[in-house]
Design a protein around this ligand. Structure first.
Ligand SMILES: NC(=O)c1ccc[n+]([C@@H]2O[C@H](COP(=O)([O-])OP(=O)(O)OC[C@H]3O[C@@H](n4cnc5c(N)ncnc54)[C@H](O)[C@@H]3O)[C@@H](O)[C@H]2O)c1
Length: 308
């Protein structure tokens, strides 16, 4: 068997090592630098639109996105509340009235962002509504199709129009992030909240995947978040209208007690933080993803009919 001399060995390693070292250097250069690992402002220089931001989760996201350096265009049908919140958050947040059931309103909010700030980086299609008349489940066979159309136009068509108009300005720029608001009731049937809300929201996982595929070629990411119960005006109003007397604090306590994750219940800021992750470079290769944020709510099957 041929043996290799110590001298030949040294010559060989001298020939191989520099290239191994340079490829190691190249690898290191592609790795995140310490400064990006510790990046505190995750949306510095970004321009974001958030729909339905005159209330709970949307306004929490506006607050967090602004704190992370984004210029935020908050939109909602509720002009007074929206303007008040925008002013309170600070100078890098403005409010525009926008009804997501009106395509022209969405188109004009997008055009406003581009005209004022030069681009659109983030579109958070958050606006949504629940059918207050069908609390307790409602009877599907008696469903009023006009009521269905109304909620479909907010929860589904409003999101699709948001995706369309964001894509209109993001595609030529070959970049952008779109985030859609679903619900735990989009990934499982919403037992106690009625059929229409759950049926309309259940479109969101599919729409998100289809749009992530079609917009991927432009470098645009599309994801969705699906919160479980999160005390906001929406839930408080819903229960009060159905005859359950409750308030924000009581809802938090009651849901925390029933939570599958001991004493944990979503706050609007938990949802905003998930939105921040999916709208920032931290999730640069995540697209077509449906993220539940629900303290384990959608993680369990219904119990057996027996008490075991
Ligand atoms: N609160 C929860 O438990 C929960 C759980 C899952 C998903 N969601 C979803 O989260 C989103 C935010 O809800 P929230 O809990 O913060 O309630 P919220 O009522 O505080 O916020 C919803 C906002 O959407 C706005 N809106 C309604 N119709 C609109 C329209 N046509 N055009 C523009 N804006 C419109 C409302 O004015 C309101 O400000 C909704 O899509 C909701 O379905 C809420």
């Amino acid at each position: 068997m041929a043996t290799i001399s110590r001298r030949a060995m040294t010559q060989l390693s001298n020939a191989v090592l520099p290239s191994a070292m340079s490829s190691r250097r190249a690898y290191t250069q592609q790795s995140p630098s310490d400064s990006s690992l510790l990046q505190l402002k995750k949306l510095e220089g970004k321009v974001a639109i958030i729909t339905g931001a005159g209330g709970g989760m949307g306004s929490a996201a506006a607050r967090l996105f602004a704190a992370h350096g984004a210029q935020v265009v908050m939109t909602d049908t509720r002009k007074e509340e929206g303007e008040k919140i925008a002013k309170e958050i600070g100078p890098n947040v403005v409010f525009r009235k926008c009804d997501v059931t009106k395509e022209d309103d969405i188109a004009s909010a997008v055009d406003f962002a581009v005209k004022e700030y030069g681009k659109l980086d983030i579109m958070f299609n958050n606006a949504g509504a629940i059918d207050k008349v069908e609390i307790g489940g409602g009877e599907l066979k008696d469903m009023d199709m006009h009521v269905y159309d109304k909620f479909n136009s907010i929860n589904v068509r409003g999101i699709v129009a948001g995706i369309k108009h964001a894509a209109r300005v993001m595609a030529p720029a070959h970049q952008g992030v779109i985030l859609n608001m679903g619900s735990a009731a989009a990934v499982m049937a919403g037992k106690d909240i009625g059929a229409i809300y759950s049926m309309t929201k259940s479109n969101i996982p599919g729409i998100t995947k289809v749009c992530a595929f079609h917009l991927g070629k432009y470098g645009i990411r599309v994801n969705a978040i699906h919160p479980g119960h999160t005390p906001t005006n929406m839930l408080v109003e819903l229960f009060n209208l159905s005859g359950v007397q409750t308030n924000f604090e009581k809802l938090q306590q009651d849901y925390a007690q029933k939570s599958h994750l001991k004493n944990k219940i979503n706050s609007t800021m938990h949802i905003a933080k998930a939105a921040l992750f999916l709208c920032s470079e931290d999730s640069a290769t995540i697209t077509g993803h449906n993220l539940t944020i629900d303290a384990g709510l959608t993680n369990v099957m219904d119990p057996t009919p027996y008490q075991l």
